[in-house]
Design a protein. Structure first.
Lengths: 430, 275
């Protein structure tokens, strides 16, 4: 019997297999091993680079940086939500990128403390960049021990977007500013088959909205205490805020099955006009289609009677994206300095505002013209009250359990006591 | 051929099943040509245009071309290594009748008991310790290790169906043990090999978690399953682009399945008769 596989063929296959196994190893060495070994390559790990808002501007800026620094190569690594996990495993293997562009949230809250990234305060001063940053942003990025976690870059306003056209269609004449008006508007919208408030009840967008509503009856200091400790039952204001949330939820203010939605579906529902109201950060507002944007008003979240705030509330944060420097980055600090100086340059900052509609944590006189909703959110100023974004106060280990508790909270019929218990359990399990 | 009434329920079931498969597939393919507005406003309508804009955007922004090449490299080399190890192992186990062989076969079966996720951290430590972290080579070596239990168990069962007389005849002709494997067992186990190839191809190609952690996000090395999620944005995903990107990554799967399906069907049928 003859088989097509001869001894020579078999040996050739074996040799091929060996070569084949070796081939990726060689190419692997030239690819990411360069991250920590090649002093002429700066490795940046970012959430920008594909379809995230600001990506085209970021990539164009990188190209310009490369042109201006011909001897310095820049490698851009892109991840989405899983960036923190990927960075941490890279760091454990001591092969982490030099600079990380990510927000201050969840896992990243612990990075400076555990040495995954370095305190950048001295670099900021040595490079003379302190004056470029808004003081409020520096405060937000500074931890309890006075360490600056990262170079602040993107900020965001987080107003409530109202589709005026859909509200008109449902017979709602005014943008609601009280809870009662919001409930009445929701009923009218539902009667016309339009979803009222859409939110990602199963992710961070729902968590933020829930925090915003709970803070209706909390001062800033009280909110800081509640979100640092998770003591929702011990605070009268927090209890009233949860009661207010439950009343709105059970009156049908949120779209059906909000407890299962994510940020993706939230923005899609608003952008496709199947829902009339969303609480959205400015990068999401920048992606609202022009046909919807021209009928959209931005404002704050309606207040209940006896609220701790004078005006409807919004969230603002200066911790959206910052430049973190890794221990590997300190070995190439000259390259990092060039990169940071370039990214902080007024012309680069202006590009992000003009081309991508991003809010910046840096000083700039540039105003977004092509993104009317982003500009409108910037103009809200003192027309709204601001509540605390709890991200930097929630212990990192409680962040994910809080998302689960958020989903429970958005489930219709869940009593206020159970909402409180779920929120507190998130802290206890941490 | 005229079909009687007793065939009717079978027809209804078959067509219902076909619809269950075709509807999501149609929705998936149609979405690849639509905008978000069209997808959500008229999910089952035909696309208004069949332009390749979404495909181009997905291909360019996630660098899918390079990612497909990387996935192909990892998958092909891992498959070759899997077969290179599983065939001799299965051959030895199938021909042995002693207690040790029986124990060894059970040891391979124990591999099924290890949950994939549980092995992640030790695997990461191994990759870091061997200096193969952030290389595709580690995955080429690691994936066959995960596939060995299933591959060996399947191949052993196929090889046991080969009559001993075939080997005896080859031995009479002066064939060595290696020649028996090459000229008798491998040709007669082709359906089983096809089954192992197809099952492992799907597993290797679709592997995400280990590829994400071990190979990492470098566009020069990342696999297609790591590249694809970068098309998802937390502030508004373009589902048309995302589905177009997914379609592109499924083309190789479809090609491989088409090539191997006959062999696999043959394998399943022969298994049904012989075992």
């Amino acid at each position: 019997m003859r088989s097509p596989l001869t001894r020579r063929g078999f040996l050739a296959a074996g040799t091929g297999l060996t070569a084949a196994t070796a081939l990726p190893a060689l190419s692997g060495c030239s690819a990411l091993a360069a991250a920590d070994s090649d002093p002429d390559t700066l490795v940046v790990h970012s959430q920008l680079g594909t379809t995230a808002p600001g990506s085209p501007t970021y990539l164009a800026s990188l190209d310009r940086f490369r042109e201006e620094n011909p001897g310095l190569k820049v490698k851009n690594l892109v991840n989405g939500d899983d960036l923190a996990q990927v960075y941490e495993t890279s760091r454990l293997a001591r092969k982490e990128p030099d600079v990380v562009m990510v927000n201050l949230y969840d896992k990243t809250l612990a990075w400076t403390d555990v040495g995954a990234t370095v305190d950048v305060k001295d670099y900021l001063d040595d490079w003379g960049l302190r004056e470029r940053v808004l003081p409020v942003a520096l405060d937000a990025w500074t931890d309890g021990k006075g360490r600056l976690r990262a170079f602040p870059y993107f900020a965001t306003n987080w107003p409530v977007a109202y589709n005026r056209s859909l509200l008109d269609k449902a017979g709602v004449d005014e943008i609601p500013v009280t809870g009662d008006q919001l409930i009445a508007a929701a009923r009218k919208l539902r009667a016309k088959g339009i979803g009222p408030v859409t939110t990602g009840g199963n992710d961070w967008t729902g968590q933020k909205l829930l925090a915003q509503i709970i803070q209706t009856f909390l001062s800033e200091n009280e909110a800081r205490h509640v979100y640092s400790t998770g003591d929702f039952s011990g605070s009268r204001g927090a209890k009233e805020g949860i009661d207010y949330f439950v009343a709105l939820r059970d009156a049908g203010v949120f779209v059906d099955k909000a407890q299962g939605l994510t940020s993706d579906l939230m923005t899609t529902q608003y952008n496709t006009q199947s829902a009339a109201i969303q609480s959205a950060m400015s990068s999401a507002l920048a992606k609202v289609p022009e046909s919807v944007a021209r009928h959209t008003d931005v404002g704050g979240w309606p207040l209940a009677e006896g609220a701790a705030h004078e005006l409807p509330t919004i969230l603002r944060t200066y911790t959206l994206i910052g430049f973190w420097i890794s221990p590997n980055g300190t070995k190439k600090i000259d390259a990092v300095e060039k990169f940071l100086r370039f990214m902080y340059r007024p012309d680069t900052v202006s590009r992000f505002i003009k081309e991508s509609g991003r809010d910046m944590a840096l000083r700039s006189s540039t105003v977004s013209t092509d993104f009317p909703l982003v500009a409108a959110a910037q103009r809200l100023g003192d027309d709204v009250s601001q509540v605390l974004l709890p991200d930097v106060y929630v212990p990192p280990a409680a962040t994910q359990p809080l998302i689960t508790a958020t989903s429970t909270s958005f489930t219709r019929g869940t009593p206020a006591t159970k909402v409180r218990t779920a929120l507190e359990a998130a802290y206890h399990s941490a | 051929m005229k079909l009687g009434k007793r065939w009717l329920p079978a027809h209804i079931l078959v067509w219902s099943y076909a619809v269950l498969l075709i509807v999501p597939l149609y929705y998936f393919l149609a979405s690849a040509f639509k905008t978000n507005d069209e997808i959500f406003a008229h999910p089952f309508a035909l696309p208004t245009s069949f332009g390749f804009g979404n495909f181009r955007t997905a291909f360019d922004s996630a660098d899918l071309g390079l990612a497909v090449v990387n996935s192909t490299l990892v998958t092909v080399f891992a498959l070759v290594l899997t077969l290179g190890l599983a065939l001799p192992a299965a051959f030895a186990l199938a021909r042995s009748t002693g207690r040790l062989a029986s124990v060894m076969e059970k040891v391979f079966s124990l591999g099924f008991l290890i949950p994939t996720f549980a092995a992640l951290f030790p695997t990461f430590l191994l990759a870091a310790a061997t200096g193969l972290f952030h290389t595709r080579t580690f995955m080429v070596l690691f994936l066959p290790a995960t596939a060995m239990p299933l591959s060996v168990v399947i191949l052993v069962q196929f090889m046991r169906t080969i009559p001993k007389e075939m080997e005896e005849a080859a031995r009479m002709d002066g064939a060595s043990t290696f020649a028996v494997l090459r000229h008798v067992y491998i040709p007669m186990c082709m359906p089983g090999i096809a089954t192992v190839l197809l099952l492992n191809f799907l597993t290797f190609w679709n592997e995400y978690l280990y590829s994400l952690v071990i190979i990492g996000p470098d566009p020069a090395q990342r696999t297609v399953q790591v590249a694809l999620p970068t098309l998802k944005s937390i502030t508004g995903t373009d589902y048309g682009v995302l589905t177009a990107g997914t379609v592109l990554t499924l083309v190789p799967v479809w090609v491989v399945y088409t090539v191997l399906q006959k062999r696999m069907q043959q394998a399943l049928v022969s298994g049904a008769v012989k075992m």
